[in-house]
Design a protein around this ligand. Structure first.
Ligand code: AMP
Ligand code: MG
Length: 440
Protein backbone atom coordinates (compact mmCIF):
# COMPACT_ATOMS: atom_id res chain seq x y z
CA UNK A 1 0.00 0.00 0.00
CA UNK A 2 2.94 2.37 0.25
CA UNK A 3 2.65 2.22 -3.51
CA UNK A 4 -0.50 4.25 -3.14
CA UNK A 5 1.61 6.98 -1.75
CA UNK A 6 4.71 6.24 -3.82
CA UNK A 7 2.86 6.31 -7.07
CA UNK A 8 1.30 9.60 -6.33
CA UNK A 9 4.19 11.87 -5.43
CA UNK A 10 2.84 15.14 -4.18
CA UNK A 11 -0.63 14.21 -5.21
CA UNK A 12 -2.84 13.04 -2.41
CA UNK A 13 -5.48 10.59 -3.36
CA UNK A 14 -9.02 10.09 -2.27
CA UNK A 15 -9.86 6.45 -2.14
CA UNK A 16 -13.41 5.51 -2.86
CA UNK A 17 -13.14 1.87 -1.78
CA UNK A 18 -12.60 1.10 1.89
CA UNK A 19 -9.18 -0.09 2.94
CA UNK A 20 -8.80 -3.15 5.20
CA UNK A 21 -7.27 -2.23 8.57
CA UNK A 22 -4.36 -4.64 7.98
CA UNK A 23 -3.56 -3.04 4.63
CA UNK A 24 -3.56 0.40 6.20
CA UNK A 25 -1.21 -0.81 8.95
CA UNK A 26 1.12 -2.29 6.35
CA UNK A 27 1.13 0.92 4.31
CA UNK A 28 1.90 2.95 7.41
CA UNK A 29 4.68 0.60 8.46
CA UNK A 30 6.23 0.74 4.97
CA UNK A 31 6.19 4.50 5.01
CA UNK A 32 7.78 4.64 8.46
CA UNK A 33 10.52 2.35 7.11
CA UNK A 34 11.13 4.71 4.21
CA UNK A 35 11.50 7.62 6.59
CA UNK A 36 13.87 5.60 8.77
CA UNK A 37 16.01 4.61 5.79
CA UNK A 38 16.21 8.20 4.63
CA UNK A 39 17.17 9.45 8.07
CA UNK A 40 19.86 6.73 8.26
CA UNK A 41 21.37 8.28 5.13
CA UNK A 42 21.21 11.69 6.76
CA UNK A 43 23.17 10.11 9.62
CA UNK A 44 21.10 11.31 12.53
CA UNK A 45 23.61 10.24 15.19
CA UNK A 46 22.10 12.57 17.75
CA UNK A 47 19.10 10.25 17.90
CA UNK A 48 20.69 8.48 20.89
CA UNK A 49 21.19 9.93 24.35
CA UNK A 50 22.45 8.72 27.69
CA UNK A 51 20.04 9.25 30.60
CA UNK A 52 19.83 8.29 34.29
CA UNK A 53 17.98 5.08 35.01
CA UNK A 54 15.19 6.74 36.99
CA UNK A 55 14.14 8.75 33.93
CA UNK A 56 14.15 5.85 31.50
CA UNK A 57 10.61 4.52 31.95
CA UNK A 58 8.84 4.12 28.57
CA UNK A 59 11.93 5.21 26.66
CA UNK A 60 13.37 2.91 24.00
CA UNK A 61 16.72 1.23 24.61
CA UNK A 62 19.11 2.16 21.79
CA UNK A 63 21.82 -0.48 22.29
CA UNK A 64 21.95 -3.96 23.81
CA UNK A 65 22.55 -3.69 27.55
CA UNK A 66 25.40 -6.09 28.31
CA UNK A 67 25.64 -7.50 31.78
CA UNK A 68 28.97 -6.58 33.42
CA UNK A 69 28.51 -9.36 36.00
CA UNK A 70 27.02 -12.81 36.53
CA UNK A 71 23.66 -12.67 38.29
CA UNK A 72 23.58 -14.13 40.85
CA UNK A 73 27.28 -13.50 41.37
CA UNK A 74 27.59 -16.75 43.39
CA UNK A 75 25.47 -19.81 44.27
CA UNK A 76 22.97 -18.90 47.01
CA UNK A 77 19.91 -20.18 48.80
CA UNK A 78 16.44 -19.71 47.31
CA UNK A 79 14.70 -20.57 50.62
CA UNK A 80 14.98 -20.21 54.38
CA UNK A 81 16.01 -23.65 55.59
CA UNK A 82 19.04 -25.90 56.00
CA UNK A 83 21.95 -26.25 53.57
CA UNK A 84 23.54 -29.68 53.25
CA UNK A 85 25.56 -31.91 50.97
CA UNK A 86 23.17 -33.87 48.71
CA UNK A 87 25.18 -37.08 49.29
CA UNK A 88 23.05 -37.77 52.35
CA UNK A 89 19.75 -37.69 50.40
CA UNK A 90 18.15 -40.83 49.01
CA UNK A 91 14.86 -42.30 47.79
CA UNK A 92 14.12 -43.64 51.25
CA UNK A 93 11.59 -42.18 53.64
CA UNK A 94 13.99 -42.71 56.53
CA UNK A 95 14.38 -39.84 58.92
CA UNK A 96 17.91 -38.55 59.38
CA UNK A 97 19.17 -36.20 62.00
CA UNK A 98 21.86 -33.62 61.27
CA UNK A 99 23.90 -31.35 63.51
CA UNK A 100 23.35 -27.63 62.84
CA UNK A 101 26.81 -26.03 62.92
CA UNK A 102 25.92 -22.38 62.36
CA UNK A 103 23.85 -19.90 60.36
CA UNK A 104 24.41 -18.15 57.00
CA UNK A 105 22.60 -14.84 56.40
CA UNK A 106 22.13 -12.83 53.21
CA UNK A 107 25.17 -10.55 53.12
CA UNK A 108 26.90 -12.51 55.92
CA UNK A 109 28.32 -15.77 54.54
CA UNK A 110 29.35 -18.76 56.64
CA UNK A 111 33.06 -19.29 56.18
CA UNK A 112 33.48 -22.75 57.69
CA UNK A 113 33.14 -26.20 56.10
CA UNK A 114 30.25 -28.61 56.54
CA UNK A 115 31.26 -32.19 57.32
CA UNK A 116 29.26 -35.40 56.91
CA UNK A 117 26.30 -35.51 59.34
CA UNK A 118 26.23 -31.71 59.56
CA UNK A 119 24.18 -28.95 58.01
CA UNK A 120 23.88 -25.18 58.19
CA UNK A 121 20.88 -23.01 58.93
CA UNK A 122 20.56 -20.71 55.89
CA UNK A 123 18.47 -17.68 54.95
CA UNK A 124 17.16 -16.79 51.48
CA UNK A 125 19.88 -15.05 49.47
CA UNK A 126 22.74 -16.26 51.71
CA UNK A 127 25.75 -17.71 49.87
CA UNK A 128 25.87 -21.51 49.76
CA UNK A 129 28.57 -22.68 52.17
CA UNK A 130 31.52 -24.79 50.94
CA UNK A 131 30.52 -28.41 50.50
CA UNK A 132 26.77 -27.77 50.29
CA UNK A 133 24.67 -28.03 47.16
CA UNK A 134 21.09 -28.40 48.42
CA UNK A 135 18.69 -26.54 50.71
CA UNK A 136 15.90 -28.23 52.69
CA UNK A 137 13.08 -25.71 53.27
CA UNK A 138 12.49 -25.01 56.94
CA UNK A 139 8.88 -26.26 56.79
CA UNK A 140 10.02 -29.78 55.79
CA UNK A 141 12.15 -30.15 58.90
CA UNK A 142 11.69 -30.70 62.62
CA UNK A 143 14.07 -29.57 65.33
CA UNK A 144 13.88 -30.09 69.07
CA UNK A 145 16.47 -27.37 69.64
CA UNK A 146 18.75 -25.06 67.58
CA UNK A 147 21.59 -27.56 67.34
CA UNK A 148 19.77 -30.52 65.74
CA UNK A 149 17.41 -30.94 62.81
CA UNK A 150 15.58 -34.02 61.46
CA UNK A 151 14.12 -34.56 58.03
CA UNK A 152 13.10 -37.34 55.65
CA UNK A 153 15.86 -38.32 53.23
CA UNK A 154 13.63 -38.26 50.17
CA UNK A 155 11.99 -34.86 50.63
CA UNK A 156 14.16 -32.92 48.20
CA UNK A 157 16.57 -33.81 45.43
CA UNK A 158 20.19 -32.77 45.16
CA UNK A 159 20.56 -29.17 43.95
CA UNK A 160 17.05 -28.07 44.86
CA UNK A 161 16.31 -24.62 46.33
CA UNK A 162 19.69 -23.32 45.29
CA UNK A 163 20.19 -20.47 42.80
CA UNK A 164 23.22 -21.03 40.61
CA UNK A 165 25.77 -18.39 39.76
CA UNK A 166 24.81 -16.73 36.43
CA UNK A 167 21.46 -18.55 36.16
CA UNK A 168 19.62 -15.23 35.73
CA UNK A 169 22.18 -13.33 33.63
CA UNK A 170 25.58 -14.18 32.25
CA UNK A 171 28.41 -11.69 32.15
CA UNK A 172 28.90 -9.97 28.73
CA UNK A 173 25.58 -11.29 27.39
CA UNK A 174 22.67 -8.96 26.55
CA UNK A 175 20.48 -8.51 29.61
CA UNK A 176 18.05 -6.33 27.61
CA UNK A 177 18.13 -6.08 23.84
CA UNK A 178 18.08 -2.85 21.82
CA UNK A 179 14.59 -1.69 20.89
CA UNK A 180 12.96 -2.54 24.22
CA UNK A 181 10.27 -0.14 25.38
CA UNK A 182 11.60 0.10 28.91
CA UNK A 183 9.27 -1.10 31.67
CA UNK A 184 9.67 -0.95 35.45
CA UNK A 185 11.18 -4.46 35.50
CA UNK A 186 13.87 -3.35 33.00
CA UNK A 187 14.89 -0.47 35.24
CA UNK A 188 15.14 -2.87 38.17
CA UNK A 189 17.14 -5.31 36.06
CA UNK A 190 19.61 -2.60 34.98
CA UNK A 191 19.97 -1.51 38.61
CA UNK A 192 20.64 -5.10 39.68
CA UNK A 193 23.65 -4.99 37.34
CA UNK A 194 24.92 -1.75 38.88
CA UNK A 195 24.12 0.24 35.72
CA UNK A 196 23.07 3.82 36.47
CA UNK A 197 22.65 5.22 32.93
CA UNK A 198 21.04 3.88 29.79
CA UNK A 199 21.55 4.66 26.10
CA UNK A 200 18.08 5.43 24.76
CA UNK A 201 16.52 6.88 21.64
CA UNK A 202 15.86 10.57 21.92
CA UNK A 203 12.25 11.50 22.62
CA UNK A 204 10.23 11.82 19.44
CA UNK A 205 8.74 15.27 18.97
CA UNK A 206 5.05 14.89 18.31
CA UNK A 207 2.91 17.89 17.39
CA UNK A 208 -0.82 17.75 18.03
CA UNK A 209 -3.62 20.01 16.87
CA UNK A 210 -7.39 20.04 16.81
CA UNK A 211 -9.15 21.41 13.76
CA UNK A 212 -12.70 22.74 13.70
CA UNK A 213 -14.51 26.09 13.93
CA UNK A 214 -16.79 24.65 16.61
CA UNK A 215 -13.96 23.89 19.05
CA UNK A 216 -13.37 26.02 22.12
CA UNK A 217 -10.48 25.88 24.58
CA UNK A 218 -11.15 25.02 28.22
CA UNK A 219 -11.93 28.08 30.31
CA UNK A 220 -13.96 29.77 27.59
CA UNK A 221 -17.79 29.83 27.72
CA UNK A 222 -19.54 27.76 25.06
CA UNK A 223 -21.57 29.71 22.51
CA UNK A 224 -24.35 28.13 20.42
CA UNK A 225 -23.12 25.10 18.50
CA UNK A 226 -19.65 25.10 19.97
CA UNK A 227 -18.01 22.29 21.99
CA UNK A 228 -14.92 21.95 24.10
CA UNK A 229 -11.85 20.55 22.42
CA UNK A 230 -11.40 17.21 24.16
CA UNK A 231 -9.24 15.42 21.59
CA UNK A 232 -6.02 17.22 22.42
CA UNK A 233 -6.37 16.06 26.02
CA UNK A 234 -7.02 12.41 25.12
CA UNK A 235 -4.08 12.58 22.70
CA UNK A 236 -1.82 14.15 25.31
CA UNK A 237 -2.70 11.35 27.71
CA UNK A 238 -2.07 8.71 25.05
CA UNK A 239 1.28 10.23 24.08
CA UNK A 240 2.40 10.64 27.68
CA UNK A 241 2.16 6.86 28.02
CA UNK A 242 5.06 6.77 25.55
CA UNK A 243 7.22 9.41 27.26
CA UNK A 244 7.41 11.65 24.18
CA UNK A 245 7.93 15.35 23.70
CA UNK A 246 4.57 16.91 22.87
CA UNK A 247 4.31 20.13 20.87
CA UNK A 248 0.80 21.49 21.38
CA UNK A 249 -0.30 23.47 18.32
CA UNK A 250 -3.70 24.18 19.86
CA UNK A 251 -7.01 24.61 18.09
CA UNK A 252 -6.88 25.56 14.42
CA UNK A 253 -9.83 27.11 12.64
CA UNK A 254 -11.28 25.62 9.47
CA UNK A 255 -9.62 28.10 7.12
CA UNK A 256 -6.79 27.40 4.71
CA UNK A 257 -4.39 30.05 5.96
CA UNK A 258 -4.58 29.00 9.64
CA UNK A 259 -4.37 25.34 8.80
CA UNK A 260 -1.42 25.83 6.48
CA UNK A 261 0.46 27.92 9.05
CA UNK A 262 -0.11 25.24 11.71
CA UNK A 263 1.01 22.41 9.42
CA UNK A 264 4.13 24.35 8.44
CA UNK A 265 5.00 25.01 12.06
CA UNK A 266 4.58 21.35 12.91
CA UNK A 267 6.65 20.25 9.91
CA UNK A 268 9.51 22.50 11.01
CA UNK A 269 9.55 21.28 14.61
CA UNK A 270 8.15 17.78 14.85
CA UNK A 271 8.91 14.21 13.79
CA UNK A 272 5.21 13.47 13.72
CA UNK A 273 2.07 15.57 13.44
CA UNK A 274 -1.25 14.24 14.69
CA UNK A 275 -4.31 16.30 13.89
CA UNK A 276 -7.92 15.45 14.63
CA UNK A 277 -10.99 16.54 12.70
CA UNK A 278 -11.28 17.93 9.22
CA UNK A 279 -10.79 14.73 7.23
CA UNK A 280 -14.41 13.67 6.76
CA UNK A 281 -16.38 14.10 3.54
CA UNK A 282 -16.97 17.78 2.88
CA UNK A 283 -13.79 18.82 4.63
CA UNK A 284 -11.35 16.61 2.77
CA UNK A 285 -11.03 18.79 -0.33
CA UNK A 286 -10.01 21.64 1.84
CA UNK A 287 -7.30 19.83 3.82
CA UNK A 288 -6.33 17.95 0.67
CA UNK A 289 -5.53 21.15 -1.15
CA UNK A 290 -3.11 22.23 1.56
CA UNK A 291 -1.53 18.80 1.76
CA UNK A 292 -0.86 18.88 -1.94
CA UNK A 293 1.43 21.83 -1.35
CA UNK A 294 3.03 20.63 1.87
CA UNK A 295 3.62 16.95 1.32
CA UNK A 296 2.31 13.63 0.15
CA UNK A 297 -0.78 12.57 2.02
CA UNK A 298 -3.47 10.04 1.19
CA UNK A 299 -7.06 10.42 2.36
CA UNK A 300 -8.38 7.02 3.21
CA UNK A 301 -11.67 5.43 4.00
CA UNK A 302 -10.75 2.63 6.33
CA UNK A 303 -13.01 -0.37 6.77
CA UNK A 304 -13.32 0.07 10.50
CA UNK A 305 -15.66 1.37 13.12
CA UNK A 306 -15.23 3.83 14.64
CA UNK A 307 -12.60 5.75 12.69
CA UNK A 308 -13.50 5.43 9.05
CA UNK A 309 -11.99 8.56 7.48
CA UNK A 310 -8.30 9.08 8.06
CA UNK A 311 -5.45 10.85 6.33
CA UNK A 312 -1.94 9.54 6.39
CA UNK A 313 1.34 10.50 4.75
CA UNK A 314 4.27 12.83 5.17
CA UNK A 315 5.01 16.52 5.19
CA UNK A 316 8.07 17.83 3.38
CA UNK A 317 10.91 18.85 5.69
CA UNK A 318 11.26 22.55 6.39
CA UNK A 319 15.03 22.28 5.69
CA UNK A 320 16.33 20.13 2.82
CA UNK A 321 18.59 18.30 5.31
CA UNK A 322 15.70 17.66 7.70
CA UNK A 323 13.57 14.60 8.21
CA UNK A 324 10.10 14.31 6.75
CA UNK A 325 7.28 14.68 9.25
CA UNK A 326 4.96 11.72 9.52
CA UNK A 327 1.38 12.95 9.39
CA UNK A 328 -1.78 11.40 10.81
CA UNK A 329 -5.06 13.19 10.17
CA UNK A 330 -7.36 11.38 12.59
CA UNK A 331 -11.13 11.66 12.46
CA UNK A 332 -12.69 14.25 14.77
CA UNK A 333 -14.99 12.02 16.78
CA UNK A 334 -13.48 11.58 20.24
CA UNK A 335 -13.71 7.77 20.38
CA UNK A 336 -12.50 7.46 16.78
CA UNK A 337 -9.40 9.46 17.73
CA UNK A 338 -8.52 6.99 20.46
CA UNK A 339 -9.28 3.93 18.33
CA UNK A 340 -7.23 5.12 15.35
CA UNK A 341 -4.40 6.10 17.69
CA UNK A 342 -4.48 2.61 19.22
CA UNK A 343 -4.73 0.86 15.87
CA UNK A 344 -2.31 2.88 13.76
CA UNK A 345 -0.46 5.71 15.47
CA UNK A 346 0.96 3.98 18.54
CA UNK A 347 2.74 1.26 16.54
CA UNK A 348 4.03 3.81 14.02
CA UNK A 349 5.52 5.98 16.78
CA UNK A 350 7.23 2.98 18.33
CA UNK A 351 8.53 1.79 14.97
CA UNK A 352 9.80 5.26 14.09
CA UNK A 353 11.74 5.31 17.34
CA UNK A 354 13.34 1.90 16.85
CA UNK A 355 11.17 -0.25 19.13
CA UNK A 356 11.38 -3.97 18.40
CA UNK A 357 7.91 -4.78 19.71
CA UNK A 358 5.26 -2.44 18.35
CA UNK A 359 2.04 -4.45 18.46
CA UNK A 360 -0.11 -4.22 21.58
CA UNK A 361 -0.93 -7.61 23.10
CA UNK A 362 -4.31 -9.28 22.55
CA UNK A 363 -6.17 -11.69 24.76
CA UNK A 364 -9.55 -13.44 24.54
CA UNK A 365 -12.69 -13.47 26.65
CA UNK A 366 -16.26 -14.73 26.49
CA UNK A 367 -18.83 -12.16 25.39
CA UNK A 368 -21.60 -11.84 27.99
CA UNK A 369 -23.97 -10.54 25.34
CA UNK A 370 -24.77 -11.02 21.67
CA UNK A 371 -23.09 -8.32 19.52
CA UNK A 372 -24.41 -7.21 16.15
CA UNK A 373 -21.68 -6.93 13.55
CA UNK A 374 -21.59 -6.66 9.76
CA UNK A 375 -18.78 -8.47 7.95
CA UNK A 376 -16.51 -6.19 5.90
CA UNK A 377 -15.08 -3.93 8.60
CA UNK A 378 -13.06 -4.23 11.79
CA UNK A 379 -14.94 -3.01 14.85
CA UNK A 380 -13.59 -1.76 18.16
CA UNK A 381 -16.30 -1.99 20.79
CA UNK A 382 -15.64 -0.58 24.23
CA UNK A 383 -16.03 -3.12 27.02
CA UNK A 384 -15.20 -4.21 30.56
CA UNK A 385 -13.10 -7.31 31.03
CA UNK A 386 -14.08 -9.27 34.12
CA UNK A 387 -14.46 -12.84 35.35
CA UNK A 388 -17.51 -15.11 35.16
CA UNK A 389 -18.70 -17.30 38.05
CA UNK A 390 -16.76 -20.22 36.57
CA UNK A 391 -13.60 -18.08 36.71
CA UNK A 392 -13.30 -17.67 32.93
CA UNK A 393 -12.62 -14.17 31.49
CA UNK A 394 -15.74 -12.37 30.27
CA UNK A 395 -16.46 -9.06 28.55
CA UNK A 396 -19.49 -6.86 28.50
CA UNK A 397 -19.95 -3.75 26.37
CA UNK A 398 -20.14 -0.30 27.97
CA UNK A 399 -23.45 1.16 26.87
CA UNK A 400 -24.01 3.08 23.68
CA UNK A 401 -21.17 2.64 21.22
CA UNK A 402 -21.43 5.83 19.13
CA UNK A 403 -18.11 7.23 17.87
CA UNK A 404 -18.74 10.48 19.72
CA UNK A 405 -19.65 8.91 23.06
CA UNK A 406 -16.45 9.25 25.04
CA UNK A 407 -18.10 7.87 28.19
CA UNK A 408 -18.18 4.43 26.54
CA UNK A 409 -14.40 4.64 26.42
CA UNK A 410 -13.93 6.17 29.84
CA UNK A 411 -15.97 3.42 31.54
CA UNK A 412 -14.28 0.65 29.57
CA UNK A 413 -11.03 -1.12 30.37
CA UNK A 414 -10.64 -2.82 26.99
CA UNK A 415 -11.68 -3.03 23.35
CA UNK A 416 -13.51 -6.03 22.00
CA UNK A 417 -11.96 -6.28 18.54
CA UNK A 418 -14.23 -7.90 15.97
CA UNK A 419 -12.21 -8.78 12.86
CA UNK A 420 -13.03 -7.73 9.31
CA UNK A 421 -14.82 -10.90 8.17
CA UNK A 422 -16.66 -11.56 11.42
CA UNK A 423 -20.48 -11.44 11.46
CA UNK A 424 -22.76 -11.29 14.52
CA UNK A 425 -21.33 -12.57 17.79
CA UNK A 426 -23.51 -14.91 19.86
CA UNK A 427 -23.70 -14.67 23.65
CA UNK A 428 -21.02 -16.93 25.13
CA UNK A 429 -18.71 -16.74 22.09
CA UNK A 430 -14.98 -16.04 22.56
CA UNK A 431 -13.84 -12.66 21.23
CA UNK A 432 -10.49 -10.85 20.88
CA UNK A 433 -9.80 -8.33 23.60
CA UNK A 434 -7.17 -5.57 23.86
CA UNK A 435 -6.66 -4.21 27.36
CA UNK A 436 -6.22 -0.46 27.74
CA UNK A 437 -3.94 -0.68 30.74
CA UNK A 438 -0.59 0.88 30.01
CA UNK A 439 -1.58 1.53 26.39
CA UNK A 440 -4.56 3.84 26.31
P1 AMP B 1 -14.91 16.05 11.84
O1 AMP B 1 -14.06 14.84 11.67
O2 AMP B 1 -14.15 17.32 11.84
O3 AMP B 1 -16.04 16.04 10.88
O4 AMP B 1 -15.57 15.92 13.29
C1 AMP B 1 -16.42 14.84 13.62
C2 AMP B 1 -17.09 15.12 14.96
O5 AMP B 1 -16.12 15.20 15.97
C3 AMP B 1 -17.86 16.44 15.01
O6 AMP B 1 -19.02 16.25 15.78
C4 AMP B 1 -16.89 17.37 15.69
O7 AMP B 1 -17.53 18.43 16.35
C5 AMP B 1 -16.21 16.44 16.68
N1 AMP B 1 -14.89 16.91 16.98
C6 AMP B 1 -13.95 17.28 16.08
N2 AMP B 1 -12.82 17.67 16.71
C7 AMP B 1 -13.06 17.56 18.04
C8 AMP B 1 -12.28 17.83 19.20
N3 AMP B 1 -11.03 18.28 19.11
N4 AMP B 1 -12.83 17.59 20.42
C9 AMP B 1 -14.09 17.11 20.51
N5 AMP B 1 -14.87 16.84 19.45
C10 AMP B 1 -14.38 17.06 18.22
MG1 MG C 1 -14.71 19.33 11.53
Amino acid sequence: MTDLIKHSPNSPILLTASLHVDEARKAISNLVNEILQESCKLNHASDIESIPLDQAINRILAEDLLSPIDVPAADNSAMDGFALNGDCLSESENIMTLKVVGTAYAGKPYEGKIAQGECLKIMTGALMPHGCDTVIPQELTKSADDSIVSLKQNQVKRGENRRLRGEDLTRDKAAITAGRLLRPSDLGLAASLGIAKLQVRRKLKVAILSSGDELRPLGQALDAGSIYDSNRYSLTGLLNRLNLEIIDCGIVRDDPASLKAAFLEAASKADVLISSGGVSVGEVDFTKQIMQELGDVGFWKIAMRPGRPMAFGMLKPAQPSGRKTLFFGLPGNPVAVMVTFYQFVRSALLQLNGANQTEPPLTQAISEVAIRKKPGRTEFQRAILGRGIDGKPTVKLTGSQGAGILRSMSEANCFVILPHDQGNVAEGEWVDVALFDGLL
